[in-house]
Write a protein that binds this ligand. Structure first.
Ligand code: SD4
Length: 341
């Protein structure tokens, strides 16, 4: 851990309880990294107790997704509906190059999507390696509600989606195609596992009834091998919800999250009494301990407990989460273990 982080942690220990100002949305939305970092280093809480409902989600695109989720949560809707409707916004945003429509393709030029959803009764559904469907999260929900299964993959998932009335769409936008063609020129077609352009949306919500749900959806790692599936559709890896305890989701290099059963571990750590923040920190440190080569190995976790307390933590600097509750609509910078070289 860097000294800077240590100091930051000390500060947070002293001041985490009560009334800390969260970083303002304007500061985050400005894209001014330096400014964001300095504001966050003085004011970001580890986790705070908040009044239900609350929704938290990964990265800046989480702000718009939270808006849609909040429409539902603030009208006494369910956490399940909120997370589904929330992440659909990101999936349908053609400008977002890491989720749904407009996502960067695999190395052969195919956009392949992974998603999962889980509710307060431990019902869950997932799709993996799904092509040509703009909103995989809604297909995952149909798998959960209309089949005895948890996950459908590839052609079977597509056939199921079409049977359920989802329209086939070309997901490869001109912008994504151009980026892929540029990558092909430079990469000489080598598969890469790195931190380039991967920004899954994971969302966790606690509704007015006190029920938790979560959703996770992604186009996965850019320029991956055809057929590669990451952590995002895997219950226990990219997402886990246990209504007695809390919920967690992950973003970043999926292979590392799968290896450590990331989101399930975060929830189990909370069950053992750790705060959401402490649980995310320990899960991140397990990833660090299990990997000799940490270059480009960014992983971030978010956790939300039954009381609406949240935490977030990442291997490297730069991870942030969007938060919406009755008092806040804002971005929060995650604490982290390492600075990028
Ligand atoms: C994956 N975890 O496919 C996803 C990618 C991601 O932030 O989260 N990017 O490995």
């Amino acid at each position: 851990m860097t000294d800077r982080n240590k100091n930051r942690r000390e500060f947070i220990k002293i001041s985490a309880i009560g009334g800390l100002a969260l970083m303002s949305q304007t500061a985050c939305a400005s894209g001014d990294e330096e400014k964001n970092q300095s504001v966050a280093s003085e004011s970001t809480p580890l986790s705070i107790a908040v009044t239900k409902p609350i929704v938290v989600s990964t990265w800046n695109h989480g702000l718009d997704a939270n808006k849609a989720a909040w429409e539902i949560l603030s009208n006494d809707g369910s956490a399940l509906d909120a997370v589904e409707q929330g992440v659909r916004v990101t999936e349908s945003d053609a400008d977002n190059m890491s989720v749904g429509l407009g996502g960067l393709p695999d190395r052969d030029g195919n956009v392949t999507l992974d998603a999962c959803i889980m509710d307060h009764e431990s019902n869950c559904g997932a799709v993996a390696f799904l092509q040509e469907i703009e909103n995989p999260i809604s297909v995952a929900r149909k798998v959960m509600e209309d089949t005895p299964h948890v996950m459908l993959a590839g052609e079977g998932a597509l056939a199921f989606a079409v049977e359920k009335g989802f329209k086939k769409t070309n997901l490869l936008t001109d912008k994504a195609k151009e980026a892929w063609q540029n990558w092909l020129n430079e990469s000489e077609y080598e598969p890469v596992i790195n931190s380039e352009n991967h920004d899954t949306i994971g969302m966790l919500a606690l509704d007015a009834e006190g029920n938790l749900a979560g959703a996770c959806t992604t186009s996965g790692m850019a320029y991956k091998l055809h057929g590669r599936v990451g952590d995002s559709p895997i219950i226990g890896a990219g997402l886990f919800v246990d209504n007695e305890v809390g919920a967690a989701c992950a973003t970043g290099v999926g292979e590392a999250v799968i290896r450590t059963a990331g989101s399930a571990i975060v929830v189990e750590l909370m069950r053992q009494g750790k705060s959401p923040q402490e649980a995310c920190e320990e899960a991140v440190n397990r990833i660090i301990a299990k990997h000799k080569d940490l270059s480009n190995l960014q992983v971030g976790f978010i956790a939300l407990d039954k009381n609406g307390a949240y935490g977030c933590h990442s291997v490297y600097a730069g991870f942030n989460i969007a938060l919406r509750d009755n008092n806040n609509e804002t971005m929060v910078d995650a604490q982290y273990e390492k600075e990028w070289d």
